[in-house]
Design a protein around this ligand. Structure first.
Ligand SMILES: [Zn+2]
Length: 125
């Protein structure tokens, strides 16, 4: 399937209320500017008033299935939850690569599995 920004926005809003208590706040969506093997990526940004917002990057060139898309989007939303709700600084490239799949990430994965049967493991970064 092909993913569009409209689809991502819609699913983000839906999953935010379904799985993250509606707490995630403002997020912008982008596609990776060039070919990469990554599926998705999360980064926190700051607007000109100093307010934080999330950015989620997805790969437009992947042959997405609905299941993969859901898993990757929720994976990136867990990073956003860790940053915005748990207050963890998992938003630099270094942290995202090395440290951001630690305790706080795992805790959300376990909650989603326990409550909703959602398994997050394969795709996102
Ligand atoms: Zn990740």
């Amino acid at each position: 399937m092909e993913i569009t920004k409209e689809l991502i926005k819609k699913k983000f809003a839906e999953y935010n209320w379904l799985y993250f208590y509606g707490k995630l706040g403002r997020c912008k969506f982008y596609f990776f500017p060039r070919k990469t093997s990554k599926y998705g990526f999360y980064l926190t940004n700051k607007d000109k008033n100093g307010r934080l917002y999330g950015t989620i990057w997805l790969n437009k060139c992947v042959d997405w299935t609905e299941e993969m898309f859901k898993e990757v989007l929720i994976h990136e939303m867990i990073h956003m939850y860790n940053r915005m709700v748990d207050g963890r600084l998992a938003d630099s490239f270094l942290f995202n690569g090395l440290f951001s799949h630690g305790f706080f990430f795992g805790r959300q994965c376990r909650r989603l599995k326990r409550v909703y049967g959602i398994v997050i493991k394969k795709y996102g970064k």
